[in-house]
Design a protein around this ligand. Structure first.
Ligand code: CP
Length: 325
């Protein structure tokens, strides 16, 4: 019995006309819509007794993670397996990177074995762009330094759309470490492209340059940011990227910016609370909020698999699969 094509019922599916997924900044609203629509069809695969379709049969995907990851790495691996790709996750700590081999040399040596796609997470902003220039394989950015984390923003948008029906006109309050967050940058690009009213809030010491020019409202008053919000998105305080002290203590940060139940009550009654993970409970978010009725944090994780299946499928040339399935 042939496996049904999960995207056959999705509206107006065409291949994404690009080799790589490097950033949200480079995507049009139509491309974002195509990825989200395709992810909707892909999500159905997770409810089947046999969670597998042949879309990427014969394709090889290498996962190359130079930074720690729980959610992104596992959901890419699960997505690849659900699409029947052959997958390999390089354990960087036991690779020749520890002997000093560069990122480009590592990638070129992997390329010599003819993979079709490389999923890259790296501490340097621009690492995925660099590989896209030297590699024949499709490069998918799984987070580059403080630059972008495109699939995170896509799964966030998917989760908001699923809960609210649309992103246009929603008030989205993003609160936390604005300075170091690649999730923030990708989300600002995506949410503003889809018509959301985006407010960003954090300590003034952590406002990145040019934030106000990105089409968002900037404030350091958290009550103002969350008042009437449809969506509250918390950002992790990234202690590992901090060179100096941006606030007096984590306890002080929680008192001023931490998302408590009292602050959530300032938002709309049906507000959803999001966090990309990993969470610092008691720093940027109270446990009662993280585990509370408005929290969609684990839905975000579940949706990450469908969104990454969609990205892998479309970059591989979704339309050509449909023609031959
Ligand atoms: N959200 C996210 O990127 O989580 P990981 O670092 O665990 O992949």
């Amino acid at each position: 019995m042939s496996t049904p094509n999960p995207v056959a019922s999705a509206p107006a599916i065409t291949a994404l006309r690009r080799k790589d997924l490097l950033s949200i900044a480079e995507l049009s609203p139509e491309e974002i819509g195509l990825i989200l629509d395709t992810a909707e069809a892909m999500k159905e695969v997770a409810s089947r007794p046999i969670k597998k379709v042949p879309a990427l049969r014969g394709k090889t995907v290498v996962n190359l993670f130079f930074e720690p990851s729980t959610r992104t790495r596992t959901s890419f691996e699960i997505a690849e397996k659900r699409l029947s790709a052959d997958t390999l996750s390089l354990a960087v700590a036991s690779s020749s990177v520890v002997k000093g081999e560069t990122l480009v040399d590592t990638a070129l040596n992997l390329e010599a074995m003819r993979p079709d796609m490389i999923v890259l997470r790296h501490a340097s902003s621009g690492a995925a762009h660099l590989l896209s220039r030297v590699c024949r394989s499709s490069i998918i950015n799984a987070g580059d330094g403080m630059h972008e984390h495109p699939t995170q923003a896509l799964l966030d948008a998917f989760t908001i759309r699923e809960r609210k029906g649309t992103l246009a006109g929603l008030k989205v309050a993003i609160v936390g470490d604005l300075l170091h967050s690649r999730v923030l940058r990708s989300n600002i690009h995506l949410l503003t492209k889809l018509g959301a009213d985006v407010w960003v809030c954090g300590p003034p010491t952590m406002f990145p340059a040019h934030l106000a020019q990105m089409g968002v409202t900037v404030t350091s008053r958290v009550d103002e940011a969350v008042e009437g919000a449809d969506v509250i998105m918390l950002l992790r305080i990234q202690l590992e990227r901090m060179q100096g002290a941006f606030f007096p203590s984590q306890r002080e940060y929680f008192n001023v910016f931490g998302m408590t139940e009292a602050r959530v009550r300032l938002a709309k009654p049906d507000v959803i609370v999001m966090h990309p993970g990993p969470m610092n409970r008691g720093v940027e978010i109270a446990s009662e909020v993280a585990d509370g009725p408005g929290s969609v944090i684990l839905e975000q994780v579940a949706n990450g698999v469908a969104v990454r299946m969609a990205v892998l499928y479309l970059l591989a040339g979704g339309a050509s699969y449909e023609e031959t399935a």
